[in-house]
Design a binder for this molecule. Structure first.
Ligand SMILES: Nc1ncnc2c1ncn2[C@@H]1O[C@H](COP(=O)(O)OP(=O)(O)OP(=O)(O)O)[C@@H](O)[C@H]1O
Length: 211
C-alpha cells in the first residue's frame, strides 16, 4: 500500500511544561494513471469516516496469504485525528491541520510537524508540494512573512547572539557596530572598484591588442 502518508503534529500547550498534544493525520493520495493501469486499485484503503480507516491486505501479499491459511487477519482498522481522502487539495489540508499551529508558533509556542510513510506515499508532495500546488512548508513560510509585515524592529540596538537569541547594545556598542559596518562596506566598494578596473583593462587589451 503505497498511497498514504501519515502526518504528525505536536505542539506545546500554553501554561504547561509537561502536557503535550499530538495530532496524527492520514492523507490518502489518488492513484496515478500508471498505478490504475497496473490494477493497483484493489480497494485496499477504505475510509470509513473522517477518523477511521480500514486496510485490506492486497491480493497475493504475505499478509493475505497467511490470513488465507488462518494465521493472522487481512483486515486492520485504524483511527486518526482526521483522515483526508484523495480529493483533498493542498490548501484544504493546510487550513484544516497546520494553519492554527502556525499562528501559535508565531506567538512563540513550539511545534513539530513530520510526515511518515513508505516510498512514493506522498510525503514530499504534502510537505513541499509543487510550484503550482504548494505544500505545507511554503504555506507556513508565506503565513510567517505575512505575519511579520509591519512588525520589524527598526532600532539598531539589537544584535543576534548564538543561534536564537539577541543582545541589547548600549549607545557606545551601537557606535562600534556602525563603524565596523561602514568599514566592511568601504572594503567591499574598494574590491568592487579594483575588479571593475581589471575587467575594463582586460576588455581594452582584448579589443586593441596592439596598442
Ligand atoms: N495528494 C496528491 N495528489 C496528487 N499527486 C500526488 C499526491 N501525493 C503524491 N502525489 C504524487 O505521487 C508521487 C509520489 O509522491 P512523493 O514523491 O511525494 O512521495 P514520497 O513519499 O515523498 O516518496 P519518497 O519517500 O520515495 O521520496 C509523486 O508523483 C507525487 O506528485
Amino acid at each position: 500500500l503505497r498511497s498514504f502518508t501519515v502526518m504528525c503534529l505536536q505542539s506545546e500547550v500554553p501554561g504547561s511544561a509537561e502536557v503535550q498534544t499530538m495530532r496524527v493525520y492520514l492523507r490518502v493520495r489518488p492513484f496515478s494513471k500508471e498505478e490504475l493501469s497496473d490494477n493497483e486499485d484493489q480497494g485496499c484503503v477504505v475510509i470509513e469516516s473522517s477518523q477511521t480507516v480500514t486496510l485490506n491486505a492486497p491480493k497475493g501479499s504475505a499478509n493475505m496469504k497467511s490470513s488465507e491459511k488462518g494465521i493472522g487477519v487481512s483486515l486492520h482498522k485504524f483511527a486518526f485525528s482526521q483522515i483526508f481522502g484523495p480529493e483533498t487539495t493542498q490548501s484544504e489540508l493546510f487550513d484544516l491541520t497546520v494553519k492554527s499551529q502556525t499562528h501559535d508558533f508565531l506567538e512563540g509556542k513550539n511545534a513539530l510537524i513530520f510526515s511518515y510513510g513508505v516510498t512514493n506515499a506522498g510525503k514530499t508532495y504534502t510537505i513541499q508540494g509543487t510550484p503550482q500546488d504548494p505544500g505545507i512548508l511554503p504555506r507556513v513560510l508565506d503565513a510567517t512573512f505575512h505575519y511579520s509585515e509591519g512588525r520589524q524592529y527598526e532600532g539598531m540596538d539589537l544584535k543576534p547572539y548564538l543561534r536564537n537569541d539577541a543582545q541589547y547594545l548600549d549607545p557606545d556598542q551601537v557606535k562600534q557596530e556602525r563603524s565596523a559596518k561602514a568599514a566592511i562596506f568601504a572594503s567591499v566598494k574598494e574590491v568592487r572598484e579594483v575588479f571593475f578596473n581589471f575587467i575594463f583593462y582586460l576588455s581594452f587589451f582584448f579589443f586593441f591588442p596592439k596598442v
